[in-house]
Design a protein around this ligand. Structure first.
Ligand SMILES: [Zn+2]
Length: 239
């Protein structure tokens, strides 16, 4: 049984590995909260230059396409234009450099909700293993939101610390909260369909796939269409 999360945040920051990750993992929640007035910022830690199956397209061309697609997807969701970092796609690691980037984003945007990959999710049944970039970014975000990176004595050059009240981790094998995305599922479908380098131009199937997954995610809490997250609530000052 997963708890229904009903919030109306003012600032949301989503930090994921690749340009399509946030859309697929939490596009419904982002659209929902943006419609409620939230300032939604999405970060891709890589340019996604190795995504898409076409070997004829060089890395820079692919990265440019994916930037355009992400911009379009985020406009559909009501989010701000994307922030795209340049860590190498497929070679992301939870380094001090990546954590510095994430801590800097947290301090600059001061989100009430921070969202990323659940880094503990590795084996999805016996047919799928999580992308190592997802694990690396998930750990970097977890480590940046918690101690000691969030503390006042760490990274003073990045501005004053910000304690993130709520961290949500997507793709979790042990989710604890449900977000009802009923009003936002259409926006999520449209945003995923804008990821043409991944879904192609004839992507009617996206609608069925997104709805089927959302229905399945809602089952445990009696919600028709949902996204699920592991939730971590930080209270008290950063230390
Ligand atoms: Zn990804």
């Amino acid at each position: 049984m997963s708890d229904l999360l009903k919030i109306n945040p003012g600032r949301v920051l989503a930090v994921f590995a690749h340009p399509d990750c946030a859309i697929v993992n939490c596009g419904g929640a982002l659209a929902l909260w943006a419609a409620g007035g939230a300032e939604v910022t999405v970060v891709s830690c890589s340019r996604g230059e190795r995504g898409g199956g076409d070997p004829e397209i060089d890395d820079d061309e692919m990265a440019a396409r994916r930037r355009e697609e992400l911009s379009e997807s985020l406009a559909i969701l009501g989010a701000r234009p994307p922030i795209i970092l340049d860590y190498p796609d497929g070679e992301l690691e939870n380094t001090l450099g990546l954590r510095r980037s994430v801590v800097g984003l947290i301090r600059a945007h001061r989100p009430e909700v921070l969202i990323s990959h659940d880094p503990t999710a590795v084996f999805y049944g016996d047919r799928y293993i999580s992308h190592p970039d997802h694990r690396a970014v998930g750990w970097a975000v977890v480590d940046s939101a918690g101690s000691p990176s969030a503390g006042v004595r760490y990274h003073p050059e990045l501005g004053s610390p910000h304690r993130v009240p709520l961290l949500l981790l997507a793709g979790s094998l042990d989710p604890g909260v449900t977000v009802d995305i009923g009003p936002a599922v259409g926006a999520k479908v449209a945003a995923i369909r804008a990821q043409v380098s991944h879904v192609g131009t004839e992507a009617e199937w996206v609608d069925d796939m997104v709805r089927a997954r959302a229905e399945q995610s809602g089952e445990s809490s009696g919600v028709a269409l949902a996204e699920l997250f592991r939730a971590v609530r930080f209270d008290g000052p950063a230390d």
